[in-house]
Design a binder for this molecule. Structure first.
Ligand code: SAH
Length: 257
């Protein structure tokens, strides 16, 4: 399609997709953190049905496949991410165990009580933490697990600049005890909670973006939307470095009761 016929929004959307498809991860995390979260989950067998919601290009989906035996459905809104997931799954010989499908997390294709495990790293914010926990619960068997990572405040009070940033981006950001209480209220036993180490942001999320940004800016030299997008990414990284004592990603693992 010719760029002249696209709305700015559409063009931005495609640019963002392209930028992130060149990265292994689209959010903070690491293989070690995925396996750590998995260590709290028992009763998984060859028969288990697992959903990885907002899987992106599938960095964590591959780790899940390596450390479980069941069948995993990867869900993401962006077709390009799902294509990459399916290609990588085939390359790793997981084509029988990983199936990526394009779908909105607000309209999931599962039956009630079909799933043993719902996984979602750095993605539940798209539907909202509480809404996601509540709406997805019906797809889990009783005794099934949900494991999601979510941005959270570490302290009761924060500097105004970082409050303003998150209030405009994701006002549902909250403290760890508040999120745990929401999980309990939604009908899960809060089994475990842990903070993702700093390296999940620096080494696994921001460091690979340095090269990706150079390549991207070269390709789209003079393109304002591309330049603004990269500038925003860098601004966000700067805020993280400045305020990482106050917020970060937290894994929340719950068991359906
Ligand atoms: N889990 C991956 C990606 C996290 S980024 C990782 O940790 O690397 C958030 C992902 O959610 C993106 O891939 C984005 O395309 C996807 N997403 C955003 N809105 C969505 C929606 N409504 N339904 C499904 N996926 C969505």
């Amino acid at each position: 399609m010719d760029n002249e016929n696209k709305s700015i929004y559409e063009f931005d959307f495609n640019l963002i997709c392209e930028y992130y498809s060149n990265l292994e991860r689209q959010g903070p995390g690491s293989p070690e953190v995925t396996t750590k979260a998995l260590s709290f989950i028992d009763n998984l067998t060859e028969q288990s049905r697992i959903a990885d919601i907002g899987c992106g290009t599938g960095g964590q989906t591959m780790v899940l496949a390596q450390h479980t035996e069941g069948v995993i459905t990867g869900i993401d809104l962006f077709p390009k991410f799902i294509d990459l997931l399916n290609t990588n799954a085939t390359k790793a010989n997981f084509q029988d165990r990983i199936r990526g499908i394009v779908r909105n997390m607000e309209d999931l294709p599962f039956q009630n009580e079909e799933l043993d495990l719902i996984w979602s790293e750095g993605a539940i914010y798209n539907i909202g933490f509480e809404r996601g926990l509540n709406e997805w619960r019906k797809f889990l068997k009783v005794g099934g697990y949900i494991a999601v990572s979510e941005v959270s405040w570490f302290t009761d009070q924060q500097p105004q600049e970082i409050i303003d940033f998150w209030q405009s981006g994701y006002p549902e950001i909250d403290t760890i005890p508040s999120k745990v209480a929401q999980m309990q209220k939604a009908g899960y036993i809060p089994v475990a909670t842990f903070i993702l180490p700093d390296s999940c942001w620096t080494e696994h999320f921001y460091a690979p973006q340095v090269e990706a940004q150079k390549v991207f800016l070269k390709k789209y030299a003079g393109n304002k939307a591309a330049e603004n997008f990269v500038a925003f990414e860098r601004y966000e990284e700067g805020l993280y470095k400045k305020y990482k004592a106050y917020y970060g990603y937290v894994f929340y693992i719950g068991k359906k009761i």
